[in-house]
Ligand binder design. Structure first.
Ligand SMILES: Nc1nc2c(c(=O)[nH]1)N[C@@H](CN(C=O)c1ccc(C(=O)N[C@@H](CCC(=O)O)C(=O)O)cc1)CN2
Length: 288
């Protein structure tokens, strides 16, 4: 079998185009543009690129981008004061603090300081709780993007066996919650799981978010399964995912590439969440 390659770039472009059309309607109805504030602390080169791309995607969608670049030695107090100002600013519908933060800053305290109703990253514990109980909130962008890609392959996810490899708060756990909401049978495997292969080999869907280059081998995949690779690992051989793509593509039914798979969906979902936030704050129905 040779897998269908899931084109994340094309899906992301389609989502961003839909959001841009709805933003135009929102602006006409309310007389204002949705606003996204992005905060970058330090000079991590990859983070700088992501923040630049987020600003461009925000403007391309007809929204206002507020970019705050702070030096690497910024104190927690200064960062928390900025978050408080953004929480109070009516022009700001979404707030995002780019991760990772420098080691001297307590990232958890910063995420906790963001108003949950402006937390378009969906990282605040209130939004994690809302997701867990199926209440309206914000879903983290990467797992939301994975779900959208999966729904395109499987319009009916109910009853499918899904294995999420990795248990991070920003991908693995919310991904498992989303799949559970879709009535998948969900297993999370992680670094202490005894027989990762035994689980992935049974799965209709494998979502790899473990942060280890090419960790998932081709023979760990059930023939015909759908494989979503969240990994972005910079190696001597270039950018690779958490899945051995060449081998897995011979076995899977559908698979995301790296780059060009899940990554572009992360920014498209951020734009979507910001539009949804603006609609909620203005009491307008979000249409997507
Ligand atoms: N506050 C946040 N911080 C971080 C998040 C996040 O969602 N919120 N996610 C990642 C980084 N990230 C967005 O911030 C992100 C990562 C990758 C991509 C992407 O499009 N990747 C490309 C490859 C690009 C490259 O060469 O590096 C791809 O996969 O095709 C977009 C956004 C951590 N921090």
């Amino acid at each position: 079998m040779t897998a269908t390659i899931i084109d994340g770039k094309a899906h992301a472009l389609a989502l961003r185009t839909r959001v841009a059309a709805q933003v135009a309607t929102f602006r006409a109805a309310t007389g204002r543009a949705p606003g996204l504030a992005v905060v970058l602390v330090g000079e991590d080169p990859a983070s700088a690129v992501y923040v630049r791309n987020k600003g461009k995607a925000t403007r391309d969608a007809g929204m206002e981008s507020f970019e705050h670049r702070l030096p690497a030695d910024t104190t927690s107090d200064v960062l928390l004061a900025l978050v408080a100002r953004l929480n109070a600013d009516p022009a700001v519908d979404g707030i995002l603090v780019q991760l990772p933060l420098p080691a001297h800053i307590d990232a958890q305290a910063v995420l906790l300081a963001i108003d949950p109703d402006k937390d378009v990253d969906g990282f605040h514990p209130v939004n994690a709780g809302r997701l867990a109980i199926g209440a309206e909130g914000f879903v983290p962008c990467t797992p939301l993007g994975c779900l959208m890609l999966l729904q395109d392959v499987h319009p009916h996810l109910a009853g499918l066996e899904a294995v999420v490899v990795g248990r991070s708060n920003i991908v693995g756990k919310p991904m498992a919650q989303l799949l559970l909401q879709q009535s998948c049978t969900v297993t999370i495997v992680h670094s202490r799981t005894r027989d990762v292969f035994g689980h992935t080999r049974q799965a209709d869907i494998v979502v790899a978010a473990v942060g280890i280059p090419q960790f998932i081998r081709g023979d760990w995949i059930k023939p015909g399964a759908t494989v979503i690779d969240v990994g972005i690992n910079r190696t001597d051989a270039g950018l690779v995912g958490d899945v051995d793509f060449a081998a897995a593509a011979q076995v899977a039914g559908a698979i995301t590439p790296v780059p060009g798979g899940v990554g572009p969906m992360t920014i498209a979902c951020l734009i979507r969440n910001t539009y949804v936030s603006a609609c909620r704050r203005d009491g307008v129905e979000a249409r997507l």
